[in-house]
Design a protein around this ligand. Sequence first.
Ligand code: AMP
Ligand code: MG
Length: 270
Amino acid sequence: DNPRLESELLLAGAAYCFIRPFELNALANRLVLISDWSENTTFKSQEKADSDLEIIISDIMQILDTRIFGTTEEDIRKGAEILRDGGLVAFPTETVYGLGANGMDAEAAGKVYAAKGRPSDNPMILHIADRKDLGCLTDKVTADMETLMDAFWPGPMTMVVEALPQVPRVTTGGLDTVAVRMPDHPVALALISESGVPIAAPSANASGRPSPTSGQHVLDDLNGRIHAVVMGDNCQIGIESTVIDMTGEMPMILRPGKLTAEDFEKAMDI
Ligand code: AMP
Ligand code: MG
């Protein structure tokens, strides 16, 4: 229903086929992803629509040679370097495989939305490896937050906190709050800490598809759309983290997940 989108896609498709005639199949997959994306996106303004389109069109024009890493120190070092350079690296966590990008770099974070076909107003969770890194994201750390971090980090708890101005609004889906989590997985922690930046990492699947619990699932969806995948074990939990809003007077669960309301009540002694 969007003539501008249609004509842009036709143009991009024609140019693409001219350059890489043998990758028609991959192109078809991408167009399906993009049409899903456009259906799920409410354009807030023409300007935003234009910038979203630009990201997507430029994305269609390239098929990446997705590198496959193991979990050796050398592999983690290479993966971290790609993240620091603004690339996309999928990696295992204890919940599901995440699609990582430097969450403090708006351009890198924008690539995650394009690769997944994720609506750009769906905020991402930033992953940290050390509690002191919370200080780059927020300056409001309350006693309740300390209690929950003591109880559940590293682990499947994501806290929504007030965001400092330096947290790109691309990462937060335009919000002035940001979601943060410390995953309980040695490979995820090593990669995040080696990269030296908070890592935005939604599940490493194309939007609308099931969350991946193995490296192979990631490749099934995103091969050619991301720079690398770190192949680790299959994920233990397979259920997303529980998202809890810490910006109000009382903590409030925004998204159910592995941890339940009872788990939080017990930890907070209420
Ligand atoms: P995921 O798709 O698993 O990466 O989880 C992202 C989800 O976390 C979003 O869809 C929201 O439900 C939630 N979320 C992330 N950031 C925020 C935020 N700043 N405020 C409220 N919810 C958030
Ligand atoms: Mg998901």
